[in-house]
Design a protein around this ligand. Sequence first.
Ligand code: G16
Length: 541
Amino acid sequence: MEHDKAILEASARHAKPEGQSFEYGTAGFRMKANILDSTVYRVGLLAALRSRKLNGHTIGVMITASHNPPQDNGVKLVDPMGEMLETSWEAYATELANAPSDQALVDAYHKIAESQKIKLSAPARVIFARDTRASGSRLAANLVDALKATEVDYEDFKLLTTPQLHYLVRCDNTKGTQYAYGDVSEKGYYEKLSDAFKRAMKGPSASNGTLTVDCANGVGGPKLRELMKYLPTAKDGGIDIRVVNDDVLKPEMLNVECGADFVKTQQRAPPSSKAASGDRCASYDGDADRIVYYFLEGTTFRLLDGDRIATLAASFLADLARTSGLVEELKVGIVQTAYANGASTKYVEENLKMEVVFTPTGVKWLHHAATRFDIGVYFEANGHGTVLFSDTALKAISQYQPKSPAQATALETLRALTDLINQTVGDALSDMLLVEVILAHKGWTPKEWLNTYVDLPNRLLKVEVRDRGMFKTTDAERRLESPPGIQENIDKLVGQYRNGRSFARASGTEDAVRVYAEAASRTEADALAQKVAEQVKIHGA
Ligand code: G16
């Protein structure tokens, strides 16, 4: 049958590690890089099937483990409009990855083709990229083996941030259509963002002071330096950026004591930071799809995380909608997860008077929920998120005839933002420019931004257990339905703390259970997190 011989031959070179099982989780497959060879090869087979199923539309494959430690790696598929792989196909990915032998793999491949009515001789196209991990090029070669075996037209974009790959997939699939998203090149990405940034910065004076960006020693470093070549500096009405932690020549430094995940979970600046009080700082994660901001107030660390970016963006966009005369057409809504600080949710509902929707962790869920709004702002507290404009909203924004100079100015900014914001997925580079534009328009330093509301003290802990699969959640991950009895104990503990809230859930990217707790004071939040972590340990033993 079509491609069988080639698939079998190549598969023999990428044997599945015995006794190892794989699962397509929150962000694809993610684990120690040395056991991923067969999985990446098999993901190549699935990408071929997916493209053939979708009339030869381009599918993306990203090789990255994002915030995970340097010895990990991962792989995920990107669907034609740049969104995450359709959920119903994740089971196919898991099935292929776990096929116990080369022949079982070929059988599983045909089973999927049959059930999805896929013609295996139809055209297929796949584009792919990787982050800076040492294992990346080896894994990319495995992917190529699968694409060759299945006769797929492919293109290797080498090193890219994850959101750049998402962007390119969308560009490739929309080129020459009325939905054309941009030039299918890395240069096209920088040109689109920088052009939109210049337009959005027309009104206000340049942003205030230098922004220091910690790139987690990942791919975001070189890509930010590239983007900077296209951006005006502050003296030309743009932005001054100082790049730090951008050593990609030492892959063992990736995400170590720096980066968005470190800053968010440790609630402190990277130890290497030389920031003075009031300096505006930001941290990306290893593949630059997350960003958090922070600054020191005296010596006190102040975090401006995904919740803060969401509230800043939503209030600014709602203001623009009002000022431009499009308030009826542009309803702004926010999507959060259980990790969102309770104070941010309260602020959105009571001050911004916007609807908040909760989803489980994972960009695919938030992204989907955000499409319900004219302007859907979604951010995970960890800094992963973006803003989506519906087709109707985009039409209204592009066609509306302003009735006054004030409306015209607001409309121009709004139009620039629809190009500046990456519509495919959370993007640290694009989100950074968005925040910079808003701070410049408002004339705000991070201090004014922080003053919009007061976060409840919170603590995030990681607990290692025998089998994290035992921890099953419900209600957008806010409650545990298994192991039996644990939720009742968590409820009792929560009740003992002022403004207490806590939950535990299995991570989809690391072998651990995460525990989140917030309460009226730092001591109470820490104590509650510790007590819930003890429950997780007891029930997970
Ligand atoms: C990935 C996902 C995010 C998620 C994070 C942690 O981020 O894309 O949606 O918040 O993992 O997930 P979990 O708590 O299940 O481990 P990244 O930046 O690592 O790709």
